[in-house]
Design a protein around this ligand. Structure first.
Ligand SMILES: NC(=O)c1ccc[n+]([C@@H]2O[C@H](COP(=O)([O-])OP(=O)(O)OC[C@H]3O[C@@H](n4cnc5c(N)ncnc54)[C@H](OP(=O)(O)O)[C@@H]3O)[C@@H](O)[C@H]2O)c1
Length: 393
């Protein structure tokens, strides 16, 4: 539902902050299509409710009395200290206080960035809070610590959900894993910027809404708790890159592992070049993810033991980044090609019916096919059922 039409039924009304993002958009779609009879969701955009404006939040909650709040908002990963502090930390504190005063649950999305390096890391582990942490890490860590404090001192009913490397459709900003995938598809990665051993945990964005819904319905178990929402088995970055390369039938990246010091040196040269370009009026930026390039070379895997021991039942235990690869490739290549971000790929692979090509070169054939298919029902057969399936897969 839209934000201007608050519910009048007996449905639970939730507020979702960050609904236009990768995670928020997936949640919004889930609540709209899977819980229609029990939950309504309002997702004000950042122009209507900015976490940087406490009065926006007050005004919004004066009008709408929700049954829960979910916060998926985040300032972009390379934001300056002020923006990171205001959106990622202060915004969290405002929302948590609002939840506390309204006596409702607050669901917070956090990140593996707050964890040290290492294997099988548990929910109790965190890096130390020091001034020299990156802005993103510092603000996410401070948010977690304040939520814990508000729970212990004031009884805030909250759940923190830490995500690792997120994969899923609808990342319109091309961030994180999807940025890496983009670099491979764009053939902008001639060699491997990792080593043979570095492994990471992955989070399936399409499964997350099921967990949040479950956690909202079982507050006694999930209140005051932090969970790692990750697939149980870590993934080696080099193997994943080479698998994507072979799916795309590309010649690069070559299986040459560039050592970290060399990659870092290359980065510093590139960043100097980009500064020169900017001075002469050419807008060129390094992908924000390269700030975290060191993590391509280091292992960080999160334990899923607490999640698996909880009452939550994984709706698709067989789904992993590898089982989802072909769907992701099909979705993102089509999208990036439409946006003219990458050149053409093998159309048979991601446009099996070749309709896009027919539109371009054989419009008559396309017209005839469409006319032949006039008898196929639209609403009953495809629209709702299949649209949902496509988004889900
Ligand atoms: N994606 C990943 O790989 C990943 C990995 C680990 C953890 N996470 C966590 O997952 C959560 C969601 O990330 P995401 O990838 O979905 O982010 P995203 O796609 O970048 O979306 C960010 C959202 O935050 C909103 N936002 C930004 N500034 C705001 C403000 N001042 N007030 C209100 N809303 C604001 C944006 O709304 P507008 O578009 O309206 O500005 C957008 O909806 C974050 O907590 C992040 O730390 C993500």
């Amino acid at each position: 539902m839209t934000e201007s039409t608050p519910t009048t039924s007996s449905k639970k009304l939730g507020i979702l902050i960050g609904g236009s993002g990768l995670i928020g958009g997936t949640l919004m779609h889930y609540f709209k299509t899977k819980t229609d009879h029990e939950v309504d969701i309002l997702a004000p955009n950042s122009k209507r409710l900015s976490l940087r404006e406490p009065d926006d939040i007050r005004r919004y909650f004066e009008k709408i009395k929700p049954a829960f709040i979910i916060n998926c908002a985040i300032a972009s990963i390379d934001s300056d200290p002020q923006l990171s502090y205001e959106v990622n930390y202060l915004g969290t504190v405002y929302l948590a206080k609002a939840a506390l005063e309204l006596g409702i649950p607050y669901i917070h999305i956090s990140s593996a960035a707050v964890l040290p390096l290492g294997e099988n890391l548990t929910e109790e582990q965190r890096v130390d809070l020091t001034h020299d942490l990156p802005n993103y890490t510092k603000s996410k860590l401070m948010a977690e610590l304040t939520l814990e404090h508000l729970h212990q001192s004031k009884g805030l009913d909250y759940t923190t959900i830490r995500l690792a490397v997120v994969y899923g459709t609808h990342d319109h900003k091309i961030q994180g894993f999807h940025r890496l995938f983009f670099s491979i598809a764009d053939q902008a990665m001639p060699v491997l910027l990792t080593n043979k051993e570095a492994s990471h945990s992955y989070s399936n964005s399409q499964k997350l809404p099921f967990f949040i819904h479950h956690a909202l319905e079982h507050r006694q178990e999930f209140s005051g708790q932090t969970y790692h929402f990750v697939d149980p088995h870590p993934v080696k970055l080099s193997e994943l890159i080479l698998t994507i390369k072979s799916y795309l039938e590309l010649k690069v990246p070559k299986e040459i592992y560039i050592p970290y010091p060399l990659a870092k040196f290359g980065m510093s040269i590139l960043s100097r070049l980009l500064r020169i370009f900017t001075r002469i009026g050419i807008d060129a930026r390094m992908p924000a993810e390269l700030l975290f390039m060191k993590s391509f070379y280091q292992t960080q895997t999160l334990s899923a033991a607490k999640l698996m021991a909880s009452s939550f039942v994984d709706p698709k235990p067989e789904a992993t980044i590898y089982t989802k690869l072909s769907t992701l490739i099909q979705y993102y290549l089509t999208r990036w090609e439409h946006l003219n971000l990458i050149g053409s790929f093998n159309r048979d692979f991601f446009d099996p019916k070749r309709r896009g090509e027919d539109f371009l070169y054989s419009p008559k054939r396309l017209l005839e096919t469409t006319h032949r298919e006039s008898d196929i029902p639209f609403l009953k057969e495809c629209a709702l059922g299949k649209a949902t399936e496509t988004r889900e897969s």
